[in-house]
Write a protein that binds this ligand. Sequence first.
Ligand code: NAD
Ligand code: ZN
Length: 346
Amino acid sequence: MAGKMKAVVKTEPGYGAKLVEVDIPKIGPSQVLIKVTSTSICGTDLHIYAWDKWAESVIKTPQILGHEVAGEVVEIGAQVSKVKLGDFVSAETHIPCGHCYQCETGKQHVCNTMKILGVHVDGVFADYAVIEAVDIWLNDPAITPEFASVQEPLGNAIDTIYAGNVAGKNVLISGAGPIGLLAVGVAKVFGATKIIVSEPNSYRRDIARKMGADAVVDPTQEDLGYVVKHCTGGIGVDFVAEMSGHPVALNQSLKTICTGGSMAMLGFPADKVSIDLTNDVILKEITLIGITGRKMFKTWHIAKRLLKEKRLDLTPAITHQLPLEDFDQGMALMKSGNCAKIILKP
Ligand code: NAD
Ligand code: ZN
C-alpha cells in the first residue's frame, strides 16, 4: 500500500520520541499489514522513550515504538494463508526464528534468537504496522479493540497465574503494576480463594480491589508477613506471583509462602538479587518458576476465551484512553505510576 502514515518514532538516541510522517511500510511474503485501531503502552515503551541503559544497548534509531496492538488486516504477503483481508487481529510480540532448538521443541516464545516487535523491528504506535504471519492472532469480534490490544500483557498475567495452579489456593500478587492488576482478575477467574495484593501505590491498590483483590497491603507501611498470616489462618500463601521485580518485595514474598508452595516470577529485578536459599527455598521445598512472555499460542487461546465469554472484565485496569498524538502525556502518566493500562488510538 503506497502512501504516508503518522508514527511515534525514536528518531535519534536520547530522551523522548516524535510524531512524524513516514511511508506506509511494505510487507514481505511472510508478513501482514494491519491498520491499527488500538494500541497500549507497556513499561518497555517507557524504557525506550526515557532512553535508559537497556534501551541504549538495544535500540537502533529510527525505530517506531509500541507492540501491544489490535487492528484490521489490509494487506497479506504471498505465503500467508492464516488470515484474510478485514480480519480483526492482534499480535504476539516475540518473533521466533522457527529453527533453533527452542523453536523446534515447542518453545518458540523463548526462541534463542528471538526478536521483539517495537524493539528490534518497527512497532505499532502508527496508523499501520507490519506483523510476521507467525505472530498474527485472530481476535473474536465480540472482544473490544481496547481489550484486544491489552491481550499481550494479559498473556503475561495468565501465564504467571497459570503456573501457580491457583484453584482453591491463597495467592499473593507482589506488585500491582499494569500486569499485576491484570493478574488479580486472572487469579480470581482461575478460582483462587483469597487474593492478597502488595503494592506501595495507593492509586493501584484501589484498582486491585476493583479487579477482585480480597486484601491489599502497602508493604512500605504495613508488615506484609503479618497481613498474609492474618488472612490465611497463620498458614501463609500457597503461591506468589512476583510482578514487581523489586528485590525487597521478592524476599518478603518468599517468606510469606507456606512450606511446599511456589512462586512464579515475571518481574525483572534491575540487578542481581540476594535470597536466603537455605531457609526460604530449600528447607521450605519452594518451587521457583521463571516466566517469559506468553505461550504461543496456548496463552492466547485462554485470553480469547476469557474475554469472549466475558468471564474477565479488564475495565478497571484500563485507566486512560488517548489519541496517539498525546503519547507524551501517556508516557508521563506511566512515569507517575498513577495509571494502569493506557490505550493510544491512531
Ligand atoms: P511496573 O513496573 O509498572 O509494576 C511494578 C509494580 O511493583 C509497581 O506498581 C510498583 O509500585 C510495585 N512495587 C515496587 N516496589 C514494591 C514492593 N516493595 N512491593 C510490592 N510492589 C512493589 O511493571 P508492569 O508493567 O506491571 O510489569 C511488571 C514487571 O514484569 C516489571 O518488572 C516488568 O519489567 C516485568 N515484565 C516481565 C516480562 C517477562 O516476560 N518476564 C514481560 C513484561 C513485563
Ligand atoms: Zn528460534
